[in-house]
Design a binder for this molecule. Structure first.
Ligand SMILES: [Zn+2]
Length: 121
């Protein structure tokens, strides 16, 4: 059987790390909404982001995803902050952006440009 290998971390990573990272990454973009899962837990972060950029603003952009990717390369590697967890997180985050592009509202993928990207016409 032939395996598709995206990265070695996805092919050989710990599934607990990959799934945990993907779940957290999929939740993080909506921290800009105080009623979201993470927004309710971290209102002290959620409310200022919502006031500053609004819901589906900066956190729903390619720039935010790239910044997280760059910051993640600066983190020390450990068992709980491993490469497979970080790659799962980045995949989860990006999947959230793609999911929100499937809605009629779309997202400002190239924020700060105010162009809304959505797959629906
Ligand atoms: Zn969202």
């Amino acid at each position: 059987m032939h395996k598709l290998v995206i990265t070695p971390e996805f092919a050989h990573g710990d599934w607990l790390h990959l799934l945990t990272g993907a779940l957290l990454g999929a939740l993080l973009p909506d921290i800009d909404h105080p009623s979201s899962s993470l927004g309710r837990l971290f209102r002290f972060i959620s409310v200022p982001i919502c006031r500053l950029c609004g819901h589906r603003g900066f956190t729903h952009s390619l720039l935010a995803w790239l910044l997280i990717m760059l910051l993640s390369t600066q983190l020390p590697n450990s068992y709980w902050l491993s490469d497979d967890l970080i790659q799962g997180f980045l995949l989860g985050y990006f999947s959230h952006l793609v999911r929100d592009m499937l809605t009629a509202k779309g997202i400002p993928f190239l924020w700060p440009a105010k162009i809304s990207f959505c797959f629906l016409s």
